[in-house]
Design a protein around this ligand. Structure first.
Ligand SMILES: Cc1cc2nc3c(=O)[nH]c(=O)nc-3n(C[C@H](O)[C@H](O)[C@H](O)COP(=O)(O)OP(=O)(O)OC[C@H]3O[C@@H](n4cnc5c(N)ncnc54)[C@H](O)[C@@H]3O)c2cc1C
Length: 352
């Protein structure tokens, strides 16, 4: 939807064909970071306060430690995926994008796409078909990808939100992250390396969270997904470009997947405008650097519990450092800021 809106804003005639139909849901932590909100604003997607709930920062919690930091400028926003999708559909319609639902793409030709039994002619084709992208496979870009796969389960609970932060609870073999969506509903997403792990098995690792949710009613059933850190060497071939999770992804724990997709959409529309997908490839690589770095850092904390305990201890001792890392995470930094923060982090680590 973001790619369609951005291309239409550049004056292209755009048709979206999606195999599903609204409201389209997906297992997601449903947290929009401040940089995600900024990208949505750029696309003209209007999110109202009543659509979800503002969160002021991020809190990391483990058995012994809790550390939190506020975003330095605007807040983040928790919103149901279905609501976000509806908002994007409305914006696409307002721009004049043609929308085809229940319309799976079954194959590609250089001059367009085979949609169901019909053919849709197109000068440019954008594969925005998610983590298991068939478009990526059809154009031969599935090879030589680096990936780290984890498994996720998401469920909503009706309960007075106890937090105005997005919380990441760290357990031995998993993380659960909690996003407030309204005063009475929260989104809970479990992420682990074990494909069989379910929320009900995870509670013993998260006693504090279990106590918050003991009497809460689930408002949805559990929905699963895989999450991956994956980089592609190329994100386009000929007149076909990949975007979003189809073009590579960062682990869900970063909460940056949607932001990346929206920023890529803006870059792709610029490249289509100048008829040069090589510039999209360049910007795509640049955009991926920071979230990829943060994704690797967070996965190290997942893999090495002693490292994680030390890191949380050191951030609890110096919460300002956590605030700086959070600012880095959402792209509010200069290279000098990055160097100064890395030096402080290194020193704290050595002395923790
Ligand atoms: C557990 C979990 C938690 C996450 N939490 C967050 C978070 O808190 N914040 C955040 O920013 N990101 C989060 N992410 C990442 C985010 O969900 C993804 O990065 C984002 O959804 C990618 O969007 P996409 O459009 O590329 O793919 P998708 O959202 O997967 O959309 C792909 C679309 O393509 C359609 N499609 C697929 N195949 C075809 C076909 N052949 N023909 C037609 N249509 C087709 C599908 O119907 C679907 O609508 C999370 C991910 C996971 C797994």
């Amino acid at each position: 939807m973001a790619a369609a809106i951005a291309a239409r804003m550049k004056g292209f005639d755009v048709t979206v064909t999606d195999g599903a139909k609204p409201p389209i849901d997906k297992a997601c932590g449903e947290g929009l970071m401040p940089d995600t909100m900024a990208a949505l604003h750029h696309l003209g997607v209007a999110i109202c306060p009543d659509d979800g709930r503002v969160f002021r920062g991020v809190r990391f919690v483990d058995a012994a430690t809790s550390v939190e930091a506020d975003f330095s400028r605007a807040g983040g926003f928790g919103v149901r995926r279905t609501v976000l999708h509806q908002k994007m559909v409305e914006r696409a319609q307002e721009c004049g994008v043609t929308l085809l639902w229940n319309a799976p793409v079954n194959g590609l030709r250089p001059d367009g796409a085979i949609v169901g039994d019909s053919f849709v002619k197109a000068r440019w084709i954008v594969g925005a078909d998610g983590i298991h992208s068939r478009v990526r496979r059809w154009i031969g870009l599935d090879t030589k990808t680096r990936r780290q796969t984890r498994f996720a389960q998401r469920r909503h609970f009706r309960r007075k939100a106890w937090t105005d932060c997005m919380e990441v609870h760290w357990g031995q073999k998993a993380q659960v992250y909690v996003t407030p969506l309204s005063t009475s509903e929260i989104c809970v997403a479990l992420i682990s390396r074990d494909p069989r792990m379910r929320l009900q098995d995870a509670w013993k690792e998260f006693p504090k969270l279990a106590s918050y949710l003991r009497h809460a009613q689930s408002s949805t059933t559990e929905r699963g997904a895989v999450t991956m850190t994956r980089s592609l060497n190329h994100v386009y071939r000929g007149n076909i470009a990949l975007i979003g999770d189809a073009s590579g992804s960062v682990d869900a724990i970063t909460g940056e997947g949607l932001c990346l997709s929206f920023q890529q959409a803006i870059a792709l529309a610029d490249a289509l405008g100048s008829g040069n997908l090589e510039s999209y490839q360049r910007v795509h690589r640049q955009l991926a650097k920071r979230p990829n770095f943060m994704s690797r850092l967070l996965l190290l904390l997942d893999r090495f519990p002693s490292l994680r305990r030390r890191a949380l201890r050191c951030l609890a001792k110096e919460p300002d450092l956590f605030a700086r890392l959070l600012a880095l995470h959402v792209g509010e930094f200069s290279p000098e800021f990055l160097v100064a923060t890395s030096l402080r982090l290194g020193w704290q680590f050595l002395t923790a």
